[in-house]
Design a protein. Structure first.
Length: 369
């Protein structure tokens, strides 16, 4: 169905008819000129993210449902990174003419899976036309007690540097997707060249054979065997709110925290810059999954570089007082990777053979996808 057949309000009603508020702080969600939210004894956290087709995502290898899940988790991750709890989402879409109502239905199916996982309400947004591909803007509103909020600027000398989960998997998942995309388009290009040649030669038998070959190309299936974890980490990342609950239960309050969107090195340097400190992290302590290591070898890529600069892992990077060492050591899927130093000592990686190298951060790059 064409989107223009429904109109803007018809589309909004279709997408939000089954969305009902679950948070007490949501007084009025979708259905009026503005949402009405009520917070009393807690601070309000707000994070907004923009996602542009061809820059942050590529619809060649991600469908609308997975895309919505991913962008929602990314936006909620920013609230978790402040030690807060996400409560509301505002969702705005810029849609080109090629998108149908069914595409937006799929988007909201993925959005609902993400928001219900963390009991988050969709309370508003907008839709408009786009001439430059799909554009997505998400704003997440969260809450936290004033004393619980964790900033990037709280790291202290001798604090331990910790990270959740494992690193580099999302980046290697992207490498696999890009490889399979290249294989597909190479097949398409070769097919088109064969067709042009047959047309020039007026070879009807060859053209008929090529029509059969076209069906095989249209049914192209990428090879993800043994790499499913990496693909999931790229297409379906998770916001790591569960680790905050673990820390609270253990009586641990991070001194600084950030989520890993642009790579471990970049995020750690952000913490050090804001906290006016230095750091030492150990290469041997960086958590890396087996599939990540195997795929780096397959692609002839440096494993540590992928973990330090790959990005899009959305794990939590945080610091804790050295006195929490034993508590952290007992926790599953949380790894101590180094410690905070004085600012004049700089930011360094200690390699497996004991050498020190200054941390280099690639950071955010346009068109990395």
């Amino acid at each position: 169905m064409e989107i223009k057949e429904l109109g803007e309000f018809g589309l909004i009603n279709r997408l939000t008819k089954d969305i009902h508020p679950v948070n007490n702080s949501t007084i009025m969600g979708v259905g009026d000129d503005a949402a009405v939210l009520h917070y009393t004894d807690k601070e309000t956290l707000v994070s907004s993210q923009m996602f542009m087709e061809g820059v942050q995502f590529d619809l060649t290898y991600i469908d609308m449902e997975h895309l919505a899940y991913k962008v929602a988790m990314i936006t909620m991750s920013n609230i978790f990174a402040m030690n807060g709890q996400p409560r509301q989402l505002i969702v705005s879409l810029g849609l080109g003419k090629r998108f149908k109502v069914e595409d937006v239905d799929q988007f909201y199916a993925g959005l609902n899976k993400a928001r219900t996982k963390w009991n988050v309400d969709v309370v508003g947004g907008d839709t408009t036309s786009s001439y430059t591909g799909l554009a997505i803007n998400l704003t997440c509103i969260g809450e936290a007690a004033k004393e619980d909020i964790v900033y990037r600027n709280g790291a202290n000398e001798t604090d331990l540097i910790c990270v959740t989960g494992d690193l580099g998997a999302a980046y290697m998942g992207l490498q696999i997707l890009e490889r399979e995309k290249s294989v597909y388009y190479q097949q398409v290009e070769e097919y088109n060249n064969k067709v042009k040649e047959a047309q020039r030669n007026k070879d009807e038998k060859r053209l008929e054979a090529l029509r059969m070959e076209r069906a095989a190309i249209e049914g192209f299936q990428p090879d993800f065997a043994g790499k499913e974890y990496l693909i999931d980490r790229q297409l379906k990342p998770e916001a790591r709110g569960e680790f905050l609950n673990q820390l609270r239960e253990a009586g641990i309050r991070p001194t600084s925290m950030i989520d890993i969107s642009d790579g471990l090195a970049s995020e750690l340097k952000h913490i050090c810059e804001k906290s006016h400190c230095g750091c030492r992290i150990y290469e041997k302590n960086i958590p890396i999954d087996y599939q990540t290591a195997a795929t780096c070898e397959e692609f002839n890529m440096n494993l540590t570089t992928a973990a330090l600069n790959g990005g899009e892992d959305y794990e939590l990077l945080f610091t804790v007082p050295i006195g929490d060492h034993e508590k952290i050591d007992k926790m599953e899927n949380i790894k101590q990777i180094g410690y905070i130093t004085k600012e004049n000592l700089g930011t360094f990686l200690i390699t497996r053979d004991g050498n020190e190298f200054e941390l280099k951060a690639q950071g955010w790059v346009v068109n990395k996808n």
